[in-house]
Write a protein that binds this ligand. Structure first.
Ligand SMILES: [Zn+2]
Length: 95
């Protein structure tokens, strides 16, 4: 049977969170790309290689502990770059 996508009339891309590993709608995730100096940046309109993270501290911490992020970015990201990025996220995430 074909036509599962026509039920709601829209199709939202699913992306995998680099923290918890769950799939979710892209709009629920932060898009991460790598800057010119190898630093991680949050870039919702970025193109090319990138990864995704939930807006959750738990996922950010899980991302910090992960070692196989090169699967998403094609390069290895140092722990320092991750820590810096998560610090920036935390500062802009106060509710
Ligand atoms: Zn997550």
């Amino acid at each position: 049977m074909i036509g599962a996508a026509s039920a709601s009339g829209e199709h939202r891309p699913q992306r995998t969170c680099l923290g918890c590993g769950d799939k979710d709608d892209q709009i629920n995730l932060i898009r991460i790309t790598i800057g010119a100096d190898g630093e991680l940046i949050s870039d919702p309109r970025g193109y090319g290689r990138g990864g995704y993270l939930h807006h959750r501290h738990d996922c950010w911490q899980a991302f910090l502990r992960r070692k196989n992020t090169h699967r998403a970015f094609r390069v290895n990201i140092g722990k320092e770059a991750k820590q810096k990025f998560i610090q920036i996220l935390s500062e802009g995430y106060r509710e």
